[in-house]
Design a protein around this ligand. Structure first.
Ligand code: ADP
Ligand code: MG
Length: 694
């Protein structure tokens, strides 16, 4: 155990490594550039590159790569070795500042939406010096942003970095108006709790659906599911423990603060939670965590499933995104504190989040939209597709008292003394654990719980940062026009609580009543990805992203197009895989089983034995096979019409309205057949085997 501090961060070019490998002046200059977000001077870059190379070679690295996060949702890397010819048939190990700062890659091989058609195919990767370089697979990985030749963002890091600048600017404006002259910068922080399934590698390899789509497209429910609640926090099986312990080691070496590991609600489901970090680092780390989970699982003859809904009938996997704002002196702006004046600050920032979530419900919903996550949201296991905020009863009372107090004060005193009188002290732990809310205030942070397990946390966080920055900018604009800042602040707080009360809901989000109530309140209920995505490019959202320089209109349209295309492509692959499985594996299996039953029945008949079982099961199997065949033909027919759609929005609606129901119908019959057909005949490992035999 004592070795953990030694291995922690040993594969990261962090402060310690930099101090050791860079000349003192270079180190200082680099820190300064990073702090002020200035471009790096080439001489400085050369020195940093050299230090980095020395360090990497000592750690056994042979290659370097610009590690980036294209719109595919996974990371990309192209390895170059350090070698350079040195004459006499010899090589030296070389790495220049130019290679560190900028890389070139073919943008046309990555999703770029409309941007590809109109702009050059060339793309650039640019070093993000705020995230440390690290070594993975003997390769020095340099975290980079990825953009097109003309500077359009083609990745998930760029908008996130832009949003961090924006929220920093707006929070500082508000803090200054509140009289804070000392805070120089703030950062948003994220702790991403990651859920996943582990199954045997052998089982995985036998299922085309898992291989091609990441989820089971067929599978009858096992006799036992998660109804006994005996897996959540249960004792961890030895083979899983081995996996977790090697995973921890690898993550720690990469400086990732892996902290909590436990079993989750479904059998074979687990969770890993890190200690929170600055948003872009947390995002890089979560991407790495997912990648390394898969790799380590493979080594242990396991397969790690990160899909949102690998198995029907048991819980899917999500990712909880814990988010807060912390100043350079370490103060959390969502900590109510015990001073009345800081309570005012707390309430103002709380109000900003409430207003932002209410006004941009659509964007938050879009930030978690995917074909995979559609299986969870609203499924009674995860939050519904409706946005709302849980603030707990105690804070709820504070909010209500402010709403009322405001009326009273206006007539009686004309002046508000927000804080001491109105606001009771409340402790962190009194916010009870409402597990059903999509967006819960949990003491000193907000927990956005709608994310799917496979998501990059970049999307939800650049949206959160941007919408909160927007509301804060409105606050600051208003406060700047007011002489009496105390009055301005209290007016803002009470107005927000009054006007946006509808987004606050402390009850059970899984209930049918809430869906009705939400409709009455006028909240959006965007049930599927196809419903949600068109909201991305409404005027309101184009204006928001343009104003804060997160996206140009072109960039936003390209994101919209990529996401819609991705939704359609995912469903296309799923439908084709289903068709393939039925034709190539399931029809032969059921037909073979029916045939064996018939042969046995015939043989038995010759001996005048009772063959009722064989005959009736054969009949049942044959009848159901007939139904299955009709549904297969229908799905094929529906899929043949996909080519008639040239517009992705219409196509996404076609998948939602026609293809998905057709897939569900086919699945229902196949699952019924699986229960009828002998285990030895069925071509795939069953749910019971996959979920309980690990
Ligand atoms: P849970 O009850 O959901 O298990 P925890 O309190 O254990 O919640 O924290 C869950 C996650 O929230 C952890 O990853 C933790 O590091 C993160 N977290 C805690 N405080 C903050 C914060 N101020 N900002 C962002 N994330 C935070
Ligand atoms: Mg949680």
């Amino acid at each position: 155990m004592s070795r953990i501090p030694e291995i922690f961060g040993s594969l990261v070019f962090n402060e310690t490594a930099m101090k050791e490998k860079l000349p003192h002046d270079t180190y200082k200059a680099l820190k300064k550039t990073v702090q002020h977000g200035k471009p790096l001077d080439i001489n400085l870059a050369n020195e940093v590159a050299n230090g980095m190379k020395e360090w990497a070679l000592e750690k056994g690295a042979t290659h370097f790569t610009h590690w980036f996060q294209p719109m595919t949702g996974i990371t990309a890397e192209k390895h170059d070795s350090f070698i350079a010819p040195a004459g006499n048939g010899k090589v030296i190990m070389d790495f220049s500042g130019k290679e560190l700062i900028k890389g070139e890659s073919d943008a046309s091989s990555f999703p770029s939406g409309g941007l590809r058609a109109t702009f050059e195919a060339r793309g650039y990767t640019a070093w993000d010096p705020s995230s440390y370089a690290f070594i993975k697979d003997r390769t020095l990985c340099i975290p980079t942003a990825f953009c097109s030749y003309s500077g359009h963002a083609l990745d998930k890091k760029t908008p996130l970095l832009r949003s961090m600048d924006t929220i920093n600017k707006q929070v500082l404006r508000v803090l200054r108006l509140l009289g804070d002259d000392t805070t120089k910068s703030i950062r948003t922080t994220v702790g991403a709790e990651q859920e996943y399934f582990l199954i045997k590698k052998d089982h995985f390899k036998q299922r085309k659906d898992l291989i091609f789509t990441g989820r089971t497209l067929f599978g009858a429910k096992p006799p036992k599911g998660q109804e006994l609640d005996d897996h959540y926090f249960g004792a961890i099986k030895p083979c899983v423990l081995d996996f977790m312990s090697e995973l921890d080691d690898e993550l720690w070496k990469l400086g990732i603060l892996a902290k909590t590991e436990h079993n989750e609600a479904a059998p074979a489901q687990h969770e890993l939670a890190p200690i929170f970090d600055t948003t872009n680092i947390a995002t890089d780390h979560n991407q790495l965590t997912m990648e390394i989970m898969k790799k380590i699982a493979y080594k242990h003859d396991l397969t790690c499933l990160l899909h949102e809904k690998p198995f029907a009938g048991v819980n899917g996997s999500g990712k909880h995104n814990n988010w807060s704002i912390i100043t350079d002196s370490g103060e959390n702006l969502f900590e109510a504190g015990d001073k009345p004046e800081s309570n005012t600050r707390f309430l103002l920032f709380l109000a900003a989040v409430i207003k932002a979530v209410d006004e941009y419900q659509d964007l938050l919903r879009i930030s978690v939209a995917s074909a995979g996550n559609d299986h969870r949201l609203g499924g009674g296991e995860a939050p519904p597709a409706i946005m709302s905020i849980f603030i707990g009863d105690e804070l709820g009372e504070v909010v209500n008292s402010i709403i009322d107090e405001c009326e009273y004060l206006k007539t009686e005193q004309g002046k508000m003394a927000l804080g001491a009188k109105v606001i009771p002290q409340f402790k962190k732990d009194t916010t009870d654990r409402n597990r059903t809310s999509p967006f819960a205030f949990t003491g000193n942070k907000f927990e956005f719980r709608m994310l799917g397990s496979a998501f990059s946390v970049s999307g939800p966080n650049f949206v959160l940062n941007t919408i909160v920055a927007e509301v804060l900018s409105q606050f600051a604009d208003y406060m700047e026009t007011m002489d009496d800042l105390e009055l301005a602040t209290s007016t803002l707080i009470s107005n927000v609580f009054k006007n946006h009360n509808r987004i606050i809901f402390n009850g059970n989000n899984y209930s049918k009543e809430w869906v009705k109530e939400a409709e009455k309140r006028g909240l959006l209920n965007l049930k599927s990805t196809a419903d949600a995505l068109p909201y991305y490019i409404t005027d309101k959202n184009v204006q928001l992203f343009e104003k804060h320089r997160i996206f140009t209109k072109d960039e936003l349209y390209s994101r919209y197009e990529i996401l819609t295309e991705m939704y359609c492509k995912t469903l296309n692959i799923e439908a084709l895989t289903m068709i393939d499985m039925v034709k190539q594996d399931i029809i032969p299996a059921v037909s073979c089983y029916a045939n064996d039953l018939c042969v046995t029945a015939t043989n038995k008949k010759q001996l005048s034995l009772n063959c009722k079982v064989e005959e009736s099961v054969a009949k049942e199997v044959s009848d159901l096979s007939g139904v299955m065949y009709n549904l297969l033909v229908k799905l094929e027919d529906n899929m043949s019409k996909v080519k008639d759609y040239s517009d992705y929005r219409q196509l996404s609606e076609y998948y939602r309205d026609v293809v998905i129901p057709s897939m569900n119908d086919l699945r229902e019959v196949v699952d019924a057949l699986e229960v009828l057909v002998g285990t030895d005949y069925w071509p795939y490992p069953s749910y019971a085997e996959m979920l309980f035999y690990i």
